[in-house]
Design a protein around this ligand. Structure first.
Ligand code: THG
Length: 627
């Protein structure tokens, strides 16, 4: 059954309720009797004092609220654990939802249905800060959500979010819990509300642009803001969502910025000023739901209801943000206007002697420095490859990623042949990552496994043009590169709903310096393959591991060949490359004769001058492959 809440949200602007904590605190409660000895755990009141929670719901519904939040802000297993109440997780959530449900049903009329929103707060432990891990948090939220669903919630609201990893984890918990209950996010929508501090970013530094990029692609019905500030400070962020987010927007500010008066926290914004500020969001930004957070009262909600009336949401035509990946902080567009997306290659155990040594020595600080150095040299994204026989790769990935995400402002490309190594990184990167890579070499099952990871963690995905062909799995001709790319894009789209702009096709750079005859055409087949794939799929990203082309040549020759080859590839439609950024020269810095020599090699023009570059002539190889 389509969600009644979503149907109503399409029809009119809804008013959500206001603060619960302050109304509870206003009542003189006994720590032993009412809080069961758990001071500061309002979640327990649904058992010990349901009358209080009922009366707060009553007050908001009487004030006209269309939806009320369950008293479960701290109701997940890992949060209740701080009070030794973890075993009550399911019961407390069920009970809280049942209480809200019965009061909401009592106030429901044919022209004004009332809704129950299952609330889930962030808790006190964040994955990005290493205070809890993904699996523990996911199980914890899933249990709470099963209770919220059993008690009759109309929606799951992941609210007051500070860490994108927590949001991604909670969304996955919700999808799983809904699935267990035989439901989908179309029946019981998943809503997300992030908290942007006065600094202009989430607690861990994420901008609204970063949050939007990292969360777009999840099956969430709404994205909005709550807490931390009053409406005024939310203006720019809401405006950004209004311009670029194509689903519902919810706004629940505090009653202004708090002031400390006589030792008490006071929220200054009066109901009329609050409602006026919200009116601007409704009219100008076409938000779908308005309510209040800290410091708001039933009076605030009453004025808001009067003002909203039964108006329909304003119209807007959001433009989707450009395809991007993100660090913990901000997005990086996948299409770079005057350049290509530069992916730093050096954090790679088989691509850098230095990185391999640092990994052996477990010198994590120096690894972070190497990552940072690449950003300074111009990389937009960092490739991370810790595959190394004899070490625990998943654990190395965890160490490296959890450090880099906090200390370097760069989106990550997690590079491994093993899904569990990649997942270990995904569980620790708050932003939107790229998975490197999937292919059909071991059949569609392993390919599907990588696609499933891309979906679960909302990551982009590199796909190499390799298939099950036993004799020659790697596509060597332009034609096969296009054929495998086509199969991969269609498969990922049809089976996994991965949009084409989230896919990087890697048409495979092979060394042209081996001296072996079949390798001579590799570069030009790659250029032609790139051209055909870019033409057939204008929105797909194209990537390659550039330095592979010149394996075995001496360093000065590699710089020339790599740089000239990259230029040809970008002309043909390559949008991204894994490179050593400081070793790419602009063409005007390369001597004409050297450039010509590189082009002769790339296009397999035999018997042509090589201009003293140290590059082998096509018919000289391999003797001159001097390193
Ligand atoms: N496609 C995709 N991913 C990839 C590759 C690819 N990931 C790994 C690799 N290929 C791209 N990365 C590198 C990294 C380093 C080098 C080449 C490719 C390299 N390193 C020097 C060498 O081996 O001679 C070492 C330099 C040093 O020790 O500092 O050339 O194709 N999707």
């Amino acid at each position: 059954m389509p969600s009644p809440l979503l149907t109503e949200l399409d029809r009119r602007v809804l008013v959500f309720d206001g603060a619960m904590g302050a109304l509870i605190h206003a009542i003189d409660l006994d720590i032993e009797r009412d809080y069961c000895g758990c001071e500061n755990c309002p979640d327990v009141l649904v058992k010990s004092r349901p009358d209080i929670i009922e009366s707060i719901h009553e007050q908001y519904l009487k004030a006209g609220a269309d939806a009320i939040y369950t008293d479960t802000f701290g109701g997940a297993h890992h949060i209740l654990g701080e009070f030794d109440l973890q075993d009550e997780t399911y019961d407390l959530n069920t009970r809280a939802a049942e209480i809200a449900r019965s009061v909401a049903d009592k106030h429901t009329t044919s022209d004004k249905p009332r809704f129950v929103i299952g609330s889930m707060g962030p808790g006190t432990k964040l994955i990005t800060l290493g205070q809890i891990d993904w699996d523990t948090m996911r199980a914890s939220y899933a249990e709470a959500i099963r209770g919220l669903i059993a008690g009759g919630s109309d929606a799951i609201m992941i609210e007051t979010c500070q860490d994108l990893l927590q949001v991604k984890c909670a969304v996955n918990a919700a999808v799983d819990a809904l699935d267990d209950a035989g439901k989908s996010p179309d029946d019981i929508p998943i809503m997300v509300s992030v908290t942007i501090e006065q600094t202009g970013a989430m607690l861990l530094g994420t901008s609204i642009e970063g949050a939007l990029s990292a969360l777009r692609g999840y099956p969430i019905a709404s994205l909005g803001l709550n807490c931390a500030t009053g409406p005024t400070e939310m203006t720019e962020h809401i405006h950004h969502l209004s311009k670029h987010w194509d689903k519902h927007i919810t706004v629940l500010p505090n009653a202004g910025l708090p002031a400390l008066i006589d030792g008490k926290t006071v929220y200054p914004l009066q109901p009329s000023a609050f409602a006026e500020a919200m009116q601007r969001f409704i009219e100008r930004d076409a938000i779908s739901a308005a309510g209040g957070c800290c410091g708001t009262t039933p009076e605030h909600i009453q004025l808001l209801t009067d003002l909203v009336g039964s108006r329909a949401p304003a119209k807007r035509s959001p433009t989707p943000p450009s395809p991007s990946v993100t660090s913990l902080y901000a997005p990086t567009e996948l299409r770079q206007d005057t350049s290509f997306l530069i992916v730093g290659e050096r954090c790679n155990a088989s691509g850098s002697r230095k990185f391999k040594r640092l990994l052996e020595e477990e010198d994590w600080d120096a690894i972070v420095s190497l990552a940072r150095e690449q950003i300074r040299d111009g990389s937009h994204v960092l490739d991370i490859n810790v595959d190394y026989a004899g070490r625990d790769n998943a654990s190395d990935m965890a160490e490296v990623v959890s450090r880099i995400v906090k200390q370097v402002d760069a989106p990550l490309m997690l590079d491994s042949t093993q899904p569990n190594t990649i997942e270990s990184g995904l569980k620790r990167a708050a932003g939107k990552c790229v998975i490197n890579s999937a292919n059909f070499e071991d059949g569609p099952e392993k390919f599907d496994e990588m696609c499933a990871l891309a979906k679960r963690y909302n990551a982009a995905l590199v796909i190499g043009t390799i298939d099950e062909d036993q004799d020659a799995p790697m596509a060597r001709t332009a034609e096969r590169k296009l054929a495998i790319a086509t199969r991969a894009i269609e498969h990922a789209g049809r089976r996994h709903a991965i949009p084409v702009s989230n896919i990087f096709i890697d048409p495979l750079v092979l060394p042209i310096s081996t001296g072996m005859d079949p390798d001579r055409r590799s570069a030009l087949e790659l250029i032609e393959g790139t051209r055909r794939i870019a033409q057939a799929f204008p929105d797909v990203q194209l990537i390659c591991g550039l330095s592979n082309v010149s394996f075995g040549l001496k360093p000065s020759a590699r710089v020339i060949l790599n740089s000239v080859f990259l230029h040809e590839l970008v002309e043909a439609g390559m949008t991204s490359a894994i490179v050593h950024a400081s070793k790419i020269l602009p063409l005007n810095k390369i001597e004409e004769s050297h450039k010509l020599a590189a082009l002769n090699l790339i296009y397999d023009r035999r018997d042509q001058s090589l201009g003293g570059t140290g590059l082998p002539t096509p018919d000289q190889r391999p003797e001159s492959v001097a390193v």
